[in-house]
Design a protein around this ligand. Sequence first.
Ligand SMILES: [Zn+2]
Length: 416
Amino acid sequence: MITLGGQILQSEPEGYATIRPGIVEIADGRIVGLGFGQVSNKVDHGGPDALICPGFIDTHLHLPQFDSIGAAGMRLLPWLQDVIFPAEQRWNDLDFARSMIDRVTGQCLGVGTTGICAYATVDHDATIAALTAFGEIGFRGVIGQVMMDRDAPPPLLRPSEQLVDQVARTLDRFPPDGPMAAAVTPRFALSCSEALLEDAGRLAASHDAIIQTHLAETVAECDAVGKGFGGRDYVDVYDGAGLLTPRSILGHGIHLDSPSQDRLARRGSLIAHCPTANSFLGSGTMNRHSHRSHGIPVTLGSDIGAGFERSMVRVGRAMIEAAMRISIDAGHGVDDRTRIPSAAEAWHQITAGNADALGWDDVGRIAVGRRADLLVIRPDIAWLDSRQPLAALMFAWDDRWIETTILGGRVRFCSA
Ligand SMILES: [Zn+2]
């Protein structure tokens, strides 16, 4: 039995987080006890001033892009060709891929990310290596072999039949209901023939798999999709291929009109909001309030390496800032709480909010029976004296405060 004591982050049904002092007990990888009240120093980890928090969930990131953060001054499509495709090509060398996966797992643990929805590359063996490594450490999530059959350098392209065969085998080996699962991951419409998109849709349906792709990140991309698919609307292209399901995670979704939003809402597909990536590439600012008002579930992701922040806390902060910009530009000001999420909502989003949207009912909350994917955070500011302790933590955030990262009840990172 391991005991953690401190201010325990709890998510409320209304969609925000609160803190209450108490003690968490862990055994056999699960939370087996939760009691609120006085915190003594006689716990294994934490103490009265520590925050005990569920591990963060990042719903959109690219594992081979961690070395590409900061390639500034480019728009999406040239950035992909000049920076990202060469970086992803390096994963065709399995030894290189393995060494990078090792570094990436360490970086995720160090910033408190314990749940991921990640893209690997088009390389099958590297994708298997990533699923194996993340699974062995005890991460929760999905990783997808990227599917591309056009408009990239030849070493990153595969025939559709080969991709379908490889991804099908990966889904059998890492099934969708497992803690670390394969996902069907066509990169985006411009990298895929219509036949590949349809194959991907059928494959996901036959396995009830999570689908990951990108949607409407930039205007130039939307124009190119219109041209390449006979003038069809971007959402229609994916819908026609069966790629819009309640298990679809669509990165970005910035440039969408109201009929497209309504269609996404009817399909129940998720939009993964990636505010740091959007500002970095100058792609635009996603209107979270508008999507949610249409009934689209919105998650949050770092989108490493267009996104430059590994920490989901800082991505949460960027979500607040993006919503504030949209609200000001629309003339609603900075005080409209229906349009601008609070820090308490952002803490909920990066934990229970993302887990709920994904249907992961085993993580994201500190509750008896859930997986013990937990963080012990020890801020060096007097955060409990603040009028808004969770806002103080989010805006003053320092990754060095993460003292312990626990996955499945086992300490996997310890700063001490
Ligand atoms: Zn992405």
